[in-house]
Write a protein that binds this ligand. Structure first.
Ligand SMILES: C[S@@+](CC[C@H](N)C(=O)[O-])C[C@H]1O[C@@H](n2cnc3c(N)ncnc32)[C@H](O)[C@@H]1O
Length: 152
């Protein structure tokens, strides 16, 4: 149950800089959980359907805001996004993400395995690590500053 006080906590009240990415990955993403697999199937099928039926001209940019040490939203965008920004506030999480760009850890293969059940992900034309490395840019920043980029 969530206490009333936690609903009143503002984002800026949380000590995001103390976030421990390794403990978080160990707890949540070392072994894929069924709820994450289900989220991935829904997002995968939604993206595949959207981009099959929508005429997109020019490169598509993706962003995951507050990505934390979670790569699977970016993996889900790979077939369609030439550039993917991982915007993250916590320096420790930024360092974790930067360390994954060149060649991400093996635990993320379980998440890719769910995605590659769909043809769109199997036909990338290169391995997911290479594609991830080319597309992903990690940015340390605050989502509340995005207002400066209104319209993007
Ligand atoms: C609950 S975690 C979720 C992490 C990840 N998206 C996931 O699904 O596992 C929230 C993340 O948002 C980041 N965050 C919090 N406030 C932020 C802000 N103002 N701008 C950017 N990132 C922020 C935190 O550092 C943390 O990594």
């Amino acid at each position: 149950m969530t206490s009333r006080s936690s609903w009143n906590t503002r984002n800026s009240d949380v000590a995001w800089a103390k976030f421990d990415p390794i403990a978080y990955v160990d707890h949540n993403y070392r072994c894929i959980q069924e709820d994450d697999a289900e989220i991935l199937r829904i997002v995968r099928d939604h993206f595949a359907d959207h981009f099959r039926t929508t005429d997109t001209t020019g490169p598509v940019s993706g962003i995951d805001v507050g990505s934390g040490p979670n790569l699977y939203p970016a993996l889900a965008m790979l077939p369609w996004c030439e550039e993917i920004t991982l915007l993250e506030y916590s320096p420790a999480n930024v360092r974790y993400l930067e360390g994954q760009v060149m060649s991400y850890d093996a635990n993320w293969d379980q998440f890719w395995d769910v995605l590659r059940e769909h043809e769109a992900y199997r036909s990338l034309g290169m391995g997911p690590r290479d594609r991830f490395c080319r597309a992903v840019e990690v940015k340390e920043g605050d989502l509340f500053d995005l207002a400066r980029h209104e319209g993007r």
